[in-house]
Design a protein around this ligand. Structure first.
Ligand SMILES: Cc1cc2nc3c(=O)[nH]c(=O)nc-3n(C[C@H](O)[C@H](O)[C@H](O)COP(=O)(O)OP(=O)(O)OC[C@H]3O[C@@H](n4cnc5c(N)ncnc54)[C@H](O)[C@@H]3O)c2cc1C
Length: 433
């Protein structure tokens, strides 16, 4: 099937997925951990990268949350939640009472995650579990995040079972029975050269990749779509019968203004709050905390500048010298959109001070680096609904969106959707020849 891939960036592929080596320090400047879904595993195999996969260390099953100024390990299952001291007795009773819920009317499409969880489980769950979780995954504010757009499985469980907790337990039992009781957590992986190794390998296999070629407009023509390149040169084919959008809303909106004005307008108002990541390394011996986990989230109620820290060298020990630890701290997102508004050196100093207090660090950093995203992650709030609602009509017109605003923000979500679209395009092409 003839195709052309146009990538605006002249120097690299992968968009948000980027890894960079600074001497002995390997940084993921974007996604750092990928859930190994079957579709992602297939893509990795197709890219010839199976041998380059690096699993997160076993210790990464532990997750920490800051509460009352203390890092506390999060209970990892509903029963553990009830026996641990993480939640008050009142909240534990609410969790148990939720089990008694019977199915009612479907969860309305405009219900926010905060409203849904507050009504079922109370404010403690929202403040100390939902807030940090939603900041960690979507850089979002649960008071704006729509449950059906961001957590469709939770909404579906509520619709089907009434109780989300009972639905979760039932589906866990069913999947355990389906695979003979061997259900394990999905592997979380990266690559020897960091997450950026995946798009580099995929790009190397593409025969029709036009690197450094931004598309500036799309016009409808009788036999498909005519694309305009930023450099004014003609595209290899004068028209394309199908168009796949794998670019952010703010880049897609201006392209589509002529051919799909209403859709372009809906795309243009999708919000992407800014974020920064501060990378700091310290001598291992100078860090009191054992860093025995994936990392820690800092709920906004704790009043820190940072939203959370990934303990990068606990996940992937080869990311820094063996006598040091490497910490990646995220700042910003929709709960704190101005938190990273400081020059790099001031931001680094502020995060260094927070980490010193939290982890009992008694040495200066051996390495520091700041990365910034002016528009980090598309927010799945009220603005995303018209965009997603328009996708079927767009597909009927030959335009397919596979980017995170259509697919879900995790790399595996994007891979699942891209595979579905690819299969559909191949089937359509076979049907017309
Ligand atoms: C800080 C951060 C941490 C994250 N961590 C994780 C994680 O740990 N795990 C996880 O699964 N996900 C994570 N994510 C989410 C995930 O990385 C993204 O949702 C996903 O990579 C986005 O992919 P995409 O295909 O939608 O587009 P993008 O990555 O935005 O790529 C779009 C591409 O389009 C190109 N482009 C733009 N305009 C044009 C144009 N006019 N013409 C041609 N090309 C153009 C760009 O150059 C770019 O290469 C993280 C995201 C961020 C920001």
């Amino acid at each position: 099937m003839p195709y052309d891939v146009f990538e605006a960036d002249p120097a690299r592929v992968g968009g948000t997925i980027e890894s960079a080596q600074y001497g002995p320090y390997l940084l993921d400047v974007g996604p750092n951990s990928l859930q190994l879904s079957p579709e992602l595993a297939q893509l990795i195999e197709d890219a010839g990268l199976t041998d380059a996969v690096v699993d997160t260390a076993a210790v990464s099953v532990h997750r920490y949350v800051l509460r009352g100024g203390r890092l506390r390990q999060l209970p990892s299952s509903p029963p553990a939640l009830l026996t641990s001291g993480y939640f008050s007795l009142k909240t534990k009773v609410r969790l148990l009472l939720e089990l008694l819920r019977r199915p009612g009317p479907p969860v309305p499409p405009d219900v926010t995650a905060a409203d849904f969880f507050a009504e079922r489980f109370g404010p403690e769950v929202v403040r100390w579990a939902l807030d940090p979780f939603v900041a960690g995954v979507w850089a979002a504010d649960p008071a704006k995040l729509l449950l059906r757009e961001a957590l469709p499985r939770v909404a579906a469980l509520a619709d089907a079972h009434g109780s989300v907790v009972r639905g979760l337990m039932k589906s866990a039992r069913q999947s355990a029975a389906a695979d003979g009781g061997t259900t394990a957590r999905r592997r979380i992986v990266s690559f020897r050269e960091g997450a950026g190794q995946l798009p580099r390998a995929l790009a190397a296999a593409l025969r029709h990749l036009h690197q450094g070629t931004a598309i500036t407009s799309v016009r409808s023509a009788p036999d498909g779509f005519r694309l305009t390149r930023a450099d004014g040169r003609p595209t290899p084919h004068p028209t394309y019968s199908r168009l796949v959008l794998a670019l952010p809303t703010h880049a897609a909106a201006p392209l589509l203004r002529g051919a799909f004005p209403a859709f372009a307008e809906a795309l243009a108002v999708v919000r992407h709050p800014p974020m920064a990541a501060v990378y700091l390394a310290y001598p291992r011996a100078a860090v009191a905390h054992p860093l025995d986990g994936f990392g820690a989230l800092y709920p906004r109620a704790e009043g820190r500048r940072a939203a959370g820290t990934i303990w990068s060298s606990s996940l992937y020990p080869a990311r820094c010298p063996p006598t040091e630890v490497l910490l990646t701290t995220f700042v910003g997102g929709d709960q704190a959109p101005t938190a990273a508004d400081l020059p790099d050196d001031e931001l680094t100093a502020a995060i260094d001070a927070e980490l010193r207090a939290l982890y009992g660090i008694s040495a200066v950093p051996t390495f520091r680096h700041v990365a910034r995203w002016a528009r980090a992650i598309p927010q799945l709030d009220a603005h995303i609904r018209p965009v997603r609602a328009a996708l079927p009509a767009l597909e009927a017109a030959g335009v397919f969106a596979v980017a995170n605003w259509a697919a879900g923000v995790g790399v595996p979500d994007v891979v699942v959707r891209a595979r579905k679209v690819a299969e559909r395009l191949i089937a359509d092409a076979a049907a017309t020849t």
